[in-house]
Design a protein around this ligand. Structure first.
Ligand SMILES: Cc1cc2nc3c(=O)[nH]c(=O)nc-3n(C[C@H](O)[C@H](O)[C@H](O)COP(=O)(O)OP(=O)(O)OC[C@H]3O[C@@H](n4cnc5c(N)ncnc54)[C@H](O)[C@@H]3O)c2cc1C
Length: 507
């Protein structure tokens, strides 16, 4: 555990609430071991995972996975778990070392998650798999009650446990370099691991590659000519201690802007200037207000016009930075919030960045662009073979005048099984075998694409759809199985056959 909340637990609460169970010898166990025993029971009660029911396939002497998942962050783990539950042969690849998947323990800089602590996250409807169960098993109910928001590194610890306790088939330090759908029902993957290139085959592939899953950082045009040593994107793995003594500008006002500014200040930056184009910070998180079971389950059924209208409205309103993150910045006397300041150009001159803004010039040593992410296929070389074929919303949808939105226009236009669909005139056999569950899918699918509130719904829906597709594809095989199925339920010795009584026989 990597927080100090344990110090606050009280023995009485532990007695009342800590999970207890008996191990194989009948001894009472408590804490995580007991939770894991309870989880094993819950899975057994639910008959999970189902036994494998798909045919074992090979290609070039190698086993073919039913589904390969690219990315083993929170989404990749949840999808992998849901597919394993459905009796499928899956493998997840992540380029990160084990335990360092996703942003939580690497590039994220917030102290706590934004999400409220009580959300069930990737638990897939299983109580003992929730963050709360994991937390209380170790620290007790009083600590849970005292917890405000989930510390960032503690969330990563929970995800590590989730993967371990479900024994999920993840291969770390495996970078997927190529996704090549074929016309024979397989998708070929190029992989790099241990400095070697290898290939693998799967019948379906899921992209669970995160916020920047189909692209990378969204940078303003004026960033591009600047010397790289003078700037970073908020998602870069920068060493903020190197900003000590510098005048740092942070462009943007979202959560990542606050986290970057606070980390720079805590690292000893001489001044931090938040340069915010808006004249005020957004105050209300419209996305949070929109989320309820109807929104989660019904959004994907909406007509295109409604999807665009909702997502465009939420985009335009923007998401406020969390209050605690903003206060973490403003608690420093050398933090400066500049609102209504648009950057017009930047030059490097006299050993500094000369930034021209709508409110006048400012001289800075370093700039952090907390400007979010965008769909940009060039930044995802593994998708280069299919990117030219993939239909995006702008290929077939025209928004109402005044509702243009670049982020939405570039979003993939996914089919009902979250699959990529071909552009008009494009030929890419097997493209429909590549499924997308990452943030850019939000316009098509709604909020089930990777954030904590609805990630279980996304994972379960996709797993159900993939199980169904694989069954239909193999119907000959499954029919033959029905035909060859020969397990008797009665043996023939349960009764004795008799002729009908003769009509002439007396009663
Ligand atoms: C700083 C930050 C804070 C956030 N805070 C919250 C929050 O409080 N609440 C909330 O609901 N959401 C939050 N989010 C949004 C979202 O929940 C997270 O981005 C979350 O990590 C999404 O999980 P994911 O598995 O979809 O993507 P990620 O966690 O980003 O995982 C994607 C994985 O894909 C792997 N990968 C990518 N390309 C390849 C490749 N070619 N080969 C192999 N592996 C590859 C990566 O190594 C990575 O591990 C936050 C996002 C960020 C960036």
């Amino acid at each position: 555990m990597c927080n100090d909340i344990g110090d606050r637990r009280d023995a009485r609460d532990d007695v009342v609430t800590a999970v207890t169970a008996r191990d194989d010898s009948g001894a009472v166990t408590t804490g995580l071991a007991a939770l894991e025993a309870r989880l094993a029971d819950e899975l057994a009660f639910l008959q999970l995972p189902a036994p494998r029911w798909t045919p074992m396939l090979e290609h070039d002497g190698e086993p073919v996975a039913d589904v390969a998942i690219i990315g083993a962050g929170m989404t990749g783990l949840a999808v992998t778990a849901a597919l394993v539950q459905r009796g499928l042969a899956v493998v997840a690849y992540d380029e990160a070392p084990a335990g360092l998947e996703g942003p939580w323990a690497t590039t994220a800089r917030m102290e706590t998650l934004r999400s409220p602590k009580h959300l069930a996250g990737p638990a897939l409807g299983i109580p003992s798999l929730t963050f709360r169960a994991w937390f209380e098993a170790q620290l007790g109910r009083a600590a849970w009650d005292a917890l405000d928001k989930i510390p960032r590194l503690q969330w990563m610890d929970y995800l590590r446990w989730y993967r371990r306790v479900l024994a999920l088939p993840v291969q770390n330090a495996h970078r997927v370099t190529d996704v090549l759908p074929r016309d024979d029902g397989l998708v070929e993957l190029g992989l790099e691991a241990d400095g070697r290139s290898t290939r693998a085959w799967a019948r379906r592939v899921v992209l669970a590659t995160g916020r920047a899953g189909l692209g990378g950082p969204a940078l303003p045009a004026f960033a591009e000519p600047l010397p790289r040593k003078r700037w970073a994107h908020s998602s870069d793995a920068n060493n903020y201690a190197e900003l000590a003594g510098l005048r740092v500008g942070v462009v943007g006002a979202g959560a990542s802007a606050m986290d970057s500014a606070a980390t720079a200040l805590e690292g000893g930056a001489a001044q931090v200037h938040l340069l915010v184009r808006r004249s005020d910070l957004p105050r209300i998180n419209k996305g949070k207000g929109a989320t309820h079971p109807g929104f989660v389950q019904g959004y994907a059924r909406l007509p295109d016009e409604w999807k665009w209208r909702i997502r465009h409205y939420i985009n335009r309103q923007q998401v406020p930075p969390p209050r605690n993150s903003t206060q973490r910045v403003s608690s420093h006397a050398n933090a400066h919030f500049h609102l209504g300041v648009a950057i017009e150009g930047i030059d490097e001159h006299a050993g500094a960045l000369q930034v021209r803004t709508s409110a006048g010039p400012i001289e800075l040593d370093f700039l952090i662009f907390a400007t979010g992410f965008k769909v940009d296929w060039r930044q995802r070389p593994m998708l280069r073979h299919i990117a030219p074929c993939i239909r995006v919303w702008k290929d077939r949808f025209r928004p109402d005048p005044g509702a243009d939105d670049d982020e939405l226009a570039e979003s993939p236009d996914l089919g009902p099984a979250f699959e990529f669909q071909p552009r008009a005139g494009a030929s890419c056999p097997g493209l429909e075998r590549v499924h997308c569950l990452s943030y850019p899918a939000t316009l098509s699918l709604g909020v089930i694409t990777g954030d904590i509130p609805a990630i279980s719904e996304g994972a379960l829906q996709l797993a159900d759809k993939l199980a169904g597709l694989l069954y239909v594809e193999d119907i000959e095989h499954h029919y033959a199985r029905i035909e060859s199925y020969a397990e008797p339920e009665i043996l023939g010795d349960e009764w004795v056959a008799e002729p009908l009584p003769s009509p002439a026989s007396p009663r």
